[in-house]
Design a protein around this ligand. Structure first.
Ligand code: PEP
Ligand code: MG
Length: 574
């Protein structure tokens, strides 16, 4: 039976493919239907794996090395206790029998349930035990792979698969960069969560906040994903399928046409030059950047180098990554943002226990609290600055003292390199992200100390409107056209212009073609966005006259009602 689901379109485009249900966390396990006649065998396979794992843990205790640390026994006791938990040892069998699913999948689903319970726990010690749960499940999964069982049907090629997940972290999505799924949809998430941002960077359609996708969609269901409208059509009929195939084809043609703009200069109809730069998460994104025709990197979110691993990358590894980006950009500016960990991005095993992580020890606050880690990153960036045109960008400044401390630590990192006679760009430009209303309203303090500023509209909107970017429950309130947001952005651009400090926007607003004219009218001349959006924004710049749009944007600054704001935007884009 065909049915439709609605969510928030977080990455545009159309995909048609077969559903692949994915479980949460980093453990990827296959999901397939076990024929009714083989369910009992599958259930026994699971039971055998649990027993083998228990034997393995008991054996570890018997063969305990003489010099084992005193916590060794406690660790084994804990893991045995977790293994015997009803949710892990019994519930999966019931699930295999009720849903005819494979043992790995049943175990993983129950683990997700258990982890969700851990996430609710206030006590930080108990919350940290979630990693032990994952380790125990990994051990059982390993045992399961050694057990003969029902062989799943041959896997489809990734390009024809659409991932369906309850939730994905930015770290999960970054792993997809190595895959070729044609789209993904999630039950949770908002349009400017980092998960959505990475989805856009992979350039596949994506939809968030579907709420019941993983319950209602079954493995292998045929899906049509309209990432622009946020619509999923499950098991479409032949006519709908044909319509969407045609639409997809037309979109491909438009995309191909836009590629011709790659080498065109981004100049408005009245001759104003605009700089269009790219946002990246990893050095591997550079080919896409070069393909887009970007004239530099306006934002390198370096924290993605730190995800999906439990140990920090050392100075050498970071240096190599930054140097590679600098060299591959052939002298074009590369803006490296220092670590923005915290909130929804964590090192493995360091999930935040703060009640409000977005308001907690995040970004520059985290770096200042971990000066050794910050020092290592600063040295790596400075060393790379010898190999290209690198600029250093500080995230989430909210008070002058944070900027002063950061500048002091940059000086210290420079001094340590100079003492070792290591070469670096002594005049490296230092910029600040303006993404907290406090910073937007304190430009007078920040501007004399910065060589450039970049407006992080994703966080600026989050903090101005008090809307958690990652919470789909309030995603509908997230509004770049809220009069307070538009005025703040306009004020930042004006102050920077008056002080002669270059200003860019690097939040998602920069890549939203419906806002390009408004931002140009507000005086913005530098945009940084995911490379996939750049050709379309360039086309809009080429079709815009600053002289014509400025009076309309001035009216927008005076508008108080959202309807008026939207009407004026409509006029701008007409
Ligand atoms: C922003 O907040 O707009 C921004 C660019 O930074 P991030 O999305 O990484 O928080
Ligand atoms: Mg930000």
């Amino acid at each position: 039976m065909s049915f439709t689901m609605h969510g928030i379109g977080v990455s545009g485009g159309i995909a048609i493919g077969h559903a692949h249900l994915m479980s949460r966390a980093n453990l990827e396990v296959a999901h397939y239907v076990v024929p009714r006649g083989q369910v009992a065998e599958e259930s026994a396979r699971f039971q055998a794996a649990i027993e083998d794992t228990r034997d393995e843990l008991e054996q570890m205790r018997r063969q305990k090395p003489a010099n084992a640390p005193s916590e060794f026994d406690a660790f084994l006791d804990l893991h045995l206790m977790i293994l015997d938990d009803e949710l892990l040892s019994k519930a999966p069998r019931r699930m295999i029998e009720a849903e005819q699913c494979n043992a790995e999948w049943a175990l993983k689903m129950q683990m997700d349930t258990l982890l969700a319970q851990f996430d609710e726990i206030e006590d930080s010690y108990l919350r940290e035990r979630r990693n032990d749960v994952i380790q125990v499940v990994e051990r059982v999964l390993k045992t399961l792979t050694g057990q003969p069982g029902y062989a799943p049907p041959p896997a489809r090629p990734e390009e024809s698969m659409i991932l369906v997940a309850h939730d994905l972290s930015p770290a999960d999505v970054i792993l997809f960069k190595e895959h070729q799924f044609s789209a993904f949809v999630t039950d949770l998430g908002g349009a400017t969560s980092h998960t959505a941002i990475v989805a856009r960077s992979i350039n596949v359609p994506a939809i968030a906040a579907l709420h019941h996708a993983r319950q209602l969609i079954r493995e292998n269901d045929l899906l049509v994903i309209d990432g622009t409208l946020g619509v999923v059509i499950v098991s479409p009929d032949a006519q709908v399928l044909a319509e969407y195939k045609l639409k997809r084809h037309q979109l491909d043609i438009e995309r191909q046409k836009l590629k011709r703009l790659k080498t065109a200069r981004a100049t408005t109809l009245d001759g104003v030059e605009v700089r269009l730069q790219a946002n990246i998460e990893l050095p591997e994104d550079i080919p896409q950047v070069r393909e887009s025709g970007a004239t530099g990197i306006g934002l390198f979110r370096t924290e993605f180098l730190f995800l999906n691993r439990s140990e920090l990358p050392d100075e050498e590894e970071q240096f190599e990554a930054y140097r590679r980006v600098a060299e591959e950009m052939h002298g074009m500016p590369v803006t490296i943002r220092t670590l923005d960990l915290g909130a929804d991005k964590h090192l493995d095993g360091q999930h935040s226990v703060a009640a409000n992580p977005a308001l907690g020890l995040r970004a520059i606050r985290f770096c200042l609290a971990e000066p050794q880690m910050f020092h290592t990153q600063l040295r790596a960036i400075l060393r790379a600055s010898f190999h290209g045109k690198i600029r250093l960008l500080l995230p989430m400044l909210s008070s002058l003292s944070e900027l002063q401390q950061s500048l002091h630590l940059i000086d210290q990192a420079k001094a340590s390199l100079a003492a070792e006679h290591v070469k670096f760009d002594r005049d490296i430009e230092v910029g600040g992200m303006i993404e907290v209303p406090a910073a937007a309203l304190s430009m007078g303090a920040f501007l004399p100390r910065l060589q450039f500023v970049s407006i992080g509209t994703n966080d600026l909107i989050q903090y101005t409107l008090a809307i958690d970017r990652t919470d789909d429950g309030v995603a509908h309130l997230y509004d770049p056209l809220h009069p307070a947001v538009v005025r703040l952005v306009a004020g930042i651009i004006r102050s920077a212009d008056q002080a002669g400090v270059p200003v860019a926007v690097c939040g998602e607003m920069a890549g939203d073609v419906t806002l390009t004219r408004m931002l140009l009218g507000l005086g913005l001349r530098e945009f940084s966005m995911h490379p996939a959006h750049l050709p379309e924004v360039k086309q809009q710049v080429l079709k815009t006259s600053i002289r014509e749009v400025t009076p309309v944007t001035q009216k927008m600054l005076k508008a108080d009602e959202p309807e008026k704001m939207r009407a004026l935007l409509g006029k701008l884009n007409a």
